[in-house]
Design a protein around this ligand. Structure first.
Ligand code: SIN
Ligand code: FE2
Length: 217
């Protein structure tokens, strides 16, 4: 039996439309802004530190979260909501850094959603083993506005399903600098992140960050 370098199928890598109508996978789209993004991220989480929130069902999330922008996504025993105040420090969330906002607007436009102005940016921090189970983003008012999702640090397997929880999911490998956009007929598609694999990303360490931009309305 011969072995060839090409015998093992590589994991799917980003390209446009791979996830279907209303979606765009913009490989490396965030790389030009990398320095500003990382510096801004550091500023934000100095003021609103990462924390592991609790779901309404009482489970502590494995993903640690923070937010910036006028509205921040929070969960606690009373439910999920957007709040102007960071409950951990009892102050408004840090302003959305310009580099964040400009990247989100540019990525949305590239994906065919012009004039996207995010008013919320959820920041997720995954350490090896952390995962995000399949869910829909549906705490926002205006579903004509897309979701823009930026990956930094360690690679992850992004799960992208359909409009029903039980629909087949596609698995796509996302790496540092990749940006995913979904909106239109895909706006309410189920999605999640498979348990993060062990690894070490130069400069950032054993961690993946994700910035999710939304217009909550
Ligand atoms: C999310 O769905 O809120 C985050 C997805 C990700 O971490 O890429
Ligand atoms: Fe989500």
């Amino acid at each position: 039996m011969s072995t060839s370098l090409f015998e093992m199928e590589p994991p799917a890598r980003p390209s446009k439309d791979i996830l279907g109508a209303g979606t765009a996978v913009l490989a490396g789209f965030a790389l030009d802004a990398e320095e500003e993004l990382l510096a801004s991220l550091k500023d934000v989480v100095e003021r609103s530190p990462f924390r592991n929130m609790v779901t309404p069902g009482g489970f502590r999330m494995s993903v640690a979260m923070s937010n910036c922008g006028p509205l921040g996504w929070v969960t606690d025993r009373t439910g999920y909501r957007y709040d102007q105040i960071d409950p951990e420090v009892n102050r408004p969330w840090p302003a959305m850094p310009r580099a964040f906002r400009e990247l989100a607007t540019a990525a949305a436009e590239e994906a065919g959603f012009p004039n996207f102005v995010p008013d919320a940016c959820l920041i997720n921090r995954y350490e090896p083993g952390a995962r995000l189970s399949l869910h829909q983003d549906k705490n926002e008012r205006d579903f004509t506005q897309p979701i823009v999702s930026v990956s930094l640090g360690l690679p992850a397997t992004f799960l992208f399903g359909g409009l029903e929880r039980g629909d087949k999911t596609q698995r796509i490998q996302v790496i540092h600098g990749d940006v995913l956009v979904w909106g239109g007929s895909a706006r309410l598609c189920y999605h999640g992140i498979a348990p993060l694999k062990e690894g070490e990303y130069p400069r950032l360490g054993r961690v993946r960050y994700n910035l999710t931009f939304r217009n909550v309305g």
